[in-house]
Design a protein around this ligand. Structure first.
Ligand SMILES: Cc1cc2nc3c(=O)[nH]c(=O)nc-3n(C[C@H](O)[C@H](O)[C@H](O)COP(=O)(O)O)c2cc1C
Length: 206
């Protein structure tokens, strides 16, 4: 089957892409509004995009009712956001924060979460997240009136001590992070899964 995206509505294309580009890591984004109002919401259109400088990217779709989602508004207004990664232990709380609450509602409180202060930016980190990336907005790209890419420069990386095998060498116990990922449909996620290793080929070794 061949799908020409120009003849299908965005909702159909969304279904095809989100059912196939899996598993997707989840950026649990904590922000503050210009007046200090806290916000948190999950975003799975997310990944690392570079290391020099360290860059992450989050895809923020426009809300049909309120326009910019609160996370997007806050990122554009303040130029700061935290990407917290989601462990299985906080899956339900993460899901609670995706509620379409009015801008003035603090989803961090709503989900019964605690926070830890960030060191380089104002928005707090979500306590219990094994990894939090403090980001400053490198640039924002509106790919259409319906969607914005927030490109973040990672200013600081917090990793829970018990998830580090060797802090000096930067060796992380990836399995211990127990991160969940987004799959297809309106509510499917992945935890764990089978792992396998492959050695990268080098032309010099042929
Ligand atoms: C696991 C998960 C991943 C999501 N990923 C995205 C995404 O990548 N982009 C997006 O615009 N919305 C995404 N959403 C929906 C937002 O979280 C939702 O619209 C939320 O209400 C936005 O909150 P905010 O207005 O406080 O930023 C996702 C929801 C869930 C549960």
């Amino acid at each position: 089957m061949l799908y020409d995206t120009s003849v299908y509505p965005p909702s159909f294309t969304y279904k095809l892409l989100t059912s196939t580009i899996t598993p997707r890591p989840i950026a649990w984004v904590s922000t503050q509004g210009a007046s200090g109002q806290r916000n948190a919401a999950p975003y799975s259109f997310f990944n690392m995009m570079g290391d020099n400088p360290p860059i992450v990217c989050v895809g923020l779709m426009r809300d049909p009712v309120k326009g910019f989602k609160d996370s997007c508004r806050n990122i554009l207004d303040t130029g700061e956001f935290v990407v917290n990664l989601v462990p299985y232990a906080l899956a339900r709380q993460m899901n609670a924060t995706c509620i379409n609450a009015p801008a003035e509602v603090d989803e961090i409180d709503l989900a019964g979460l605690q926070t830890e202060p960030s060191v380089k930016i104002a928005p707090p980190r979500i306590a219990g997240a094994p990894v939090s990336l403090e980001c400053s907005l490198h640039s924002a790209v509106a790919t259409s009136p319906h969607q914005t890419l927030a490109i973040g420069r990672v200013e600081a990386i917090h990793i829970a001590d018990d998830c580090l095998l060797d802090a000096e060498r930067g060796h992380v116990d990836n399995a211990k992070l127990d991160l969940i990922a987004r799959l297809h449909g309106s509510g499917w996620y992945q935890r764990g899964g089978e792992r396998f290793e492959m050695v990268r080929p080098r032309w010099e070794d042929r």
